[in-house]
Structure formats: C-alpha cells, structure tokens
Ligand binder design. Structure first.
Ligand code: NAD
Length: 244
C-alpha cells in the first residue's frame, strides 16, 4: 500500500484526486494539505506527496520532501525558470515525477506531435492553441509549453527566439521560423489543445480535449504508485506509461 499526501487538497484537482484515490486499491490518502495547514505535521505519514497546489509553493515543498526523503509527484504548472532549476536539482536525492499533463491522451498527443513535426518538415507553419476555464491562473498552459518545446526541438530552434505569443498590430508577414502560441480562456473548459501544421494547400490539426479532471487525477495517482518503487531521479509521464 502506497501512502499518499495531497497538497492543494481543497482545489479542483485536489478534490478529483481524493475522489479517484478512493477507487485505487493500491493507494491510501493519509494527508490532505491546503492553505493554513502545516505539511510538516503530516509528512511522515506518507510515502509520496502529490502536489496540485500553486507554482509558488512547489519548489519549497520539493526541498522539504528531499530533506525528509519523500517522493513527489508534481502537477502544478507555471514555475519560474529558477524554481524549475531548483526542483530539477533535487533529482539526485529523491524520486520526482514532473509532468505538465498526466492524461494518457495528452501524452499520446506529445508523441504524435513529435512524429508529425518530423514527417511534415519545414514547409509547415507551426501554431499551438489552448483553451481553459476562466479561473486558470497561468498562461499559456504547461501542456501547451511542452508542445512548443517538442516542436522547437524537432526544428532545432531556440524556443524563446521562435515563440510568438498571440499577434497584435502590424506584425508583418509570418516568418518560417516562428511558432505561434495562443491562449483562450472562458467558461468551465477543462483543457483543450490543438497543434496546427499549416502548409500551402493542406493543413494538419492534432487536437486533444479533456472533459473531466479525473483523467489527470488518475494519471497522477498512477504516477504516485509507480514512483514509490523508483530510485532517485527526475521522471515524466512518458516514463510512467513506459513510452520511452
Ligand atoms: P485550484 O485553484 O482549484 O486549487 C489549488 C489549491 O491549492 C487551492 O485549494 C489552494 O487553496 C491550494 N493552495 C494554494 N497555495 C497553497 C499552499 N501554499 N499550500 C497548500 N495549498 C495551497 O487549482 P487547480 O485547477 O486544482 O490546479 C492546481 C494546479 O495544478 C495548477 O498549477 C494547474 O495549472 C495544475 N494542473 C495540472 C494538471 C496536470 O495534468 N499536470 C492538470 C490540471 C491542473
């Protein structure tokens, strides 16, 4: 039995995790932490922490997990470069799963995006569109960021030079060395992502639409169960699903 502590327990994802964990025979939720609670008081009751709280909290939490030798599954998105580096530096001390998206479908989208970019080649313009509910705090989504990272890697481009966040005003003709990124917000959309490959005469669009947070929650719980028996290291959902 893997004992799990959930941070951000009162949030949308925290509640989905608690509901889904009750149906997961190999897992037991032994701690629920939200604003006002002290994680230090419950940390020793768990084997793995699953964090869906806030990007501001994650790096400090991961450092605490390293000090107490607890594995951590990180679901928060929107980390600064410094926080990301601090989290990655802990990989020699504890097992960490860091994934911008825990759904099997989106991890298939990541794989398909790489394949499509390799097959379609440089004649195709690359654009990514994402839509989320009106309460989401970070933009673009972590998943969209992973998608453009894959595209830039296949093209051999520096991501920060290639990225165009939205377009406004007299921006001129589109260059062949940019990746467009567009974030839509509204209603209760759980998470939609489309990668567009557009050439003269044809267009390919790869789309994933999440309609329930359960898909992320079940993926994160699967990651926690898997992580409990892994050595220290930095893993992602492709490792958990055996796609590497
Ligand atoms: P939410 O706002 O509904 O929930 C966040 C919860 O964390 C809230 O209850 C809040 O009170 C709590 N919290 C904030 N700061 C805290 C702290 N310092 N200590 C303890 N608890 C704290 O948000 P959400 O929609 O559940 O999303 C949470 C995070 O997960 C976001 O970063 C979001 O982008 C990310 N997310 C990732 C995936 C994925 O598959 N990786 C999927 C959905 C959401």
């Amino acid at each position: 039995m893997t004992r799990v502590i959930i941070t951000g327990a009162k949030g949308r994802m925290g509640q989905a995790l608690i509901a889904c964990a009750a149906r997961h025979p190999g897992l037991q939720v032994t701690g629920q932490v939200d604003v006002g609670d002290r994680i230090e008081d419950v940390l020793d009751q768990g084997d793995v922490v699953i964090d869906f709280s806030s990007h501001k909290y994650t790096a400090g939490l991961a450092a605490l997990c390293a000090d107490r030798q607890k594995a951590i599954v990180i679901g928060t998105t929107g980390h600064s470069a410094a926080d990301r580096a601090a989290i990655e530096a802990l990989q020699s001390r504890i097992p960490i799963v860091l994934a911008t998206n825990f759904s099997t479908g989106v991890n298939t989208l990541f794989w398909l995006t790489r394949k499509a970019a390799e097959i379609l080649g440089p004649d195709f313009d690359l654009e990514v569109v994402e839509m989320h509910h009106r309460l989401k705090k970070d933009a673009p989504s972590g998943t969209a960021t992973t998608l453009v990272e894959i595209l830039a890697e296949v093209r051999g481009w520096q991501l920060q030079e290639a990225l165009r966040h939205g377009r406004q005003g007299i921006v001129g003709e589109r260059t062949t060395t940019e990746i467009g990124m567009h974030s839509l917000r509204g209603g209760d959309v759980v998470g939609d992502h489309t990668v567009i490959f557009a050439a003269n005469g044809e267009r390919v669009e790869l789309t994933h639409k999440a309609s329930s947070r359960e898909t992320f929650a079940n993926g994160a719980l699967r990651a926690a169960a898997w992580l409990a028996s892994q050595p220290a290291g930095l893993y992602n959902m492709q490792d958990v699903l055996g796609l590497k």
